[in-house]
Each structure stands twice: as C-alpha cells, then as structure tokens.
Write a protein that binds this ligand. Sequence first.
Ligand code: NAP
Length: 399
Amino acid sequence: MGEKETKDAISSAYEAFGHWSKLTGSERSNRLRSWYNLLMEHKEELGELITLEQGKPLKEAIGEVGYGASFLEFFAEEAKRVYGDIIPSTLPDRRVLVLKQPVGVVAAITPWNFPLAMITRKVGPALACGCTVVIKPSEFTPLTALAAAELALQSGIPPGVLNVVMGDAPKIGDTLLESTQVRKITFTGSTAVGKKLMAGAAETVKKVSLELGGNAPCIVFDDADLEVALKGTLATKFRNSGQTCVCANRILVQEGIYEKFTSAFSNAVKDLKVGNGFSEGVVQGPLINEAAVQKVESFVQDAISKGAKVLAGGKRHSLGFTFYEPTIIGDVKNDMLIARQEVFGPVAPIIRFKTEEEAIRIANDTNAGLAAYFFTNSIKRSWRVSEALEYGIVGVNEG
Ligand code: NAP
C-alpha cells in the first residue's frame, strides 16, 4: 500500500469519527472490553503468530498478548471516566468548564518488537475517548496487526474506526503527515524516524506523542545482592533477545564486585537456550533480520578493536540464520560504539566504575534517557541515585 490506500484509510477514519465520537463512554467501553475478551480467548493463536513473524519464544509471545490486551481492559474502564474540570473564574458570576474531547483521526505508527502491545497501547486510549485510528505496523510484523484488527471488528468496533495500512513506510508516513484530517501522530520506534515525524507534523501542527530509542544503563553497586542483581540484569538485557527499548544497553559494575559479577554473569548466559521459539526451554529466539545481526557484529568488532574483551559468546550462533550467541563483553569504555548507541541484540557490554558519582556521570552521558536500572541494598543510595538518573523509568533492584 502507498499514498492512495493511506488516503482511503484516512477518509474512512474521518467518516467513522462522526459516529464513534458520539457514542457514550459506556458504549465505547463495552466494545473495547469485548475486544479485550477476544484477544484473551485467542491468546495462544496470537502468541503463535507473534513467534512466527517476530521470533520471540512462545512463552514470551503469549505473555505479550496478555500484556497487550491489558491496555484495552484498562482503557475500556477509563472510557467511562473522561472527566473535565471546573476552574474558578476571575469574575464572580462566571465559571470556567474544561471538557475533554477527542482530537479526531489519530495515526499510529508501531515497531516490530512488540507487534501487538505497541498497537493496543496506542489504540486503546484513542478509541476510549472517541478518536478513530489509522495504524501503520512494521513491515516485519504485519500479520499480528491484521489479526488484532479482525478481532476488533468481531468485537463490534464498527468498520472505519480502526484501519490498518502497510507497505511503503515513507510514503504512508508522508501521506499521514500531510493530511489535515489526521490530528495526531503517535509513534514508537527509532529516534531517527521519530525526528522526521516530529518535523513533518509541524507543517500541519499535529499533536505528537513519541516513544523513541533508549540506551539504558544498568548499575550494579558493590553493596548489591549478587543474586538479585544477576537475575535482574539477565532479565533486562536478554528479554526478546535484547530487542526492546528498555533493554539494558550498558552494564556498569563497581570495581569491588566486578570480577565476581562478571564471572557469575558469564556462566549464567551460557545456560540461555537459543533456538526456535516453539521449542521447549528456548529463551532466546533469532534477531529480526540480517541487518540487525550485522549491526550487532559491527558493534562487537568495534569494541574488541578498542580493547574490550569477549567473556561469553561473541559471534553468530551455530544455528545460522539470524541467531546470535548471548554475549558478554568486559572492559568496555563509554566512548565505544556499543555504549553510545542501542545495540538491540543479545550483547551485554560491561563498564567498570569506582564511585557512585562516576557511575551517575557515565549513565547520564547519553541523549536517550528512557529507562535505567540499578542494584543496591542501601535505602539512602536508592533515593539518591534514582533521582540523579536523568531517565523516564528507573528500576531499583528490578529488571
Ligand atoms: P523504526 O525503524 O523507527 O520503525 C518503526 C516504525 O516506523 C515501523 O512501522 C516503520 O515501518 C516505520 N517507519 C520507518 N520509516 C518511516 C518513515 N519515514 N515514515 C513513517 N514511518 C516510518 O524502528 P524499529 O526498528 O521498528 O523499532 C526499533 C526501535 O524502536 C528502537 O530504537 C527501539 O528502542 C524503539 N522502541 C521504543 C519503544 C518505546 O517505548 N520507547 C518501544 C519499542 C521500540 P517499516 O517497519 O515498515 O519500515
């Protein structure tokens, strides 16, 4: 699909807005709740579809369906509670009322790493408050989006309220940006594309919500509980084979615990079973495509050439295709490519630090303050560090 189909989808959403926005919150709530129920009834099949087209292990994929559906459940409830405000006026005989009204047609552009959840998370609130939507899923995971849209139709959400277009991403993106009927763009994906959309949205002054790339630090202090830190770091680094925006991208370990932690961490990753997401016990699927593997390889090579040491893995997996070994690299410096940009793969670069101040300085040395983690047993440090980290989400003793 391209320009024509996108224009058709916008027209259809624009037309449906008239009816959908006039329903009561309770009527929209019922339909969203039915959509939630249908997703949950089809949890296994949707999970299989996600594993087939995205590659994550089936258990994780089914987990994503529950997580993705939960946004519809939550916003179905919120649909009935779109409250306004009464603001005292400066004049004695007047009152200022604030009403919350739907903005109109929303364009939602989503990535491949959570093919269902990134859709429901945007569409749930939009539909709840009366907006209609044109979704542009990633070209790598179109089937989950289509299955979700089919279930939306079956749940009584009228045709035109939810539209899916896929194909030529820049063409579709430009058409959405140029349309004066599209009043809002919501996007999850790379910072590079997010910047383009933000600039493009300025032409027609659309509202914009962006969830972009990360470069999450995960700090292990000397006073951390080693078991808790290992478990949390494994979870944040290796979920979805390292392909989430909140995956740890840099693991900072204090010098007193460095040897102990890196040796236990290297042993633990050797047990991560890589393979077909449908096989029993597999916790690491393939990367999304060849370009992703090449990016991981080039980052690892850059680090090695600048003095970093491979402690586990470090190359393509013997399974071939786009499988990559769970990898740990020690003695990484914050100026290496692997620490500057998102690796988006199963590679854990470890940086050694001496003091808390140094860790905070290294952690904040990025323009992608999305998520951060740290491990400590000190309550005082928990407060101090969580507020010093310039990040939107901070996990304390938690991956
Ligand atoms: P991406 O390349 O930016 O793609 C995201 C979406 O944008 C896809 O649907 C893509 O379509 C589309 N797109 C690409 N070029 C476009 C253009 N010129 N105009 C309009 N749309 C365009 O990102 P990705 O590789 O799919 O996802 C990985 C990135 O997403 C990572 O950086 C990750 O950190 C970020 N992410 C962030 C969050 C968060 O919550 N902050 C969550 C998940 C992922 P095609 O796929 O069809 O090209």
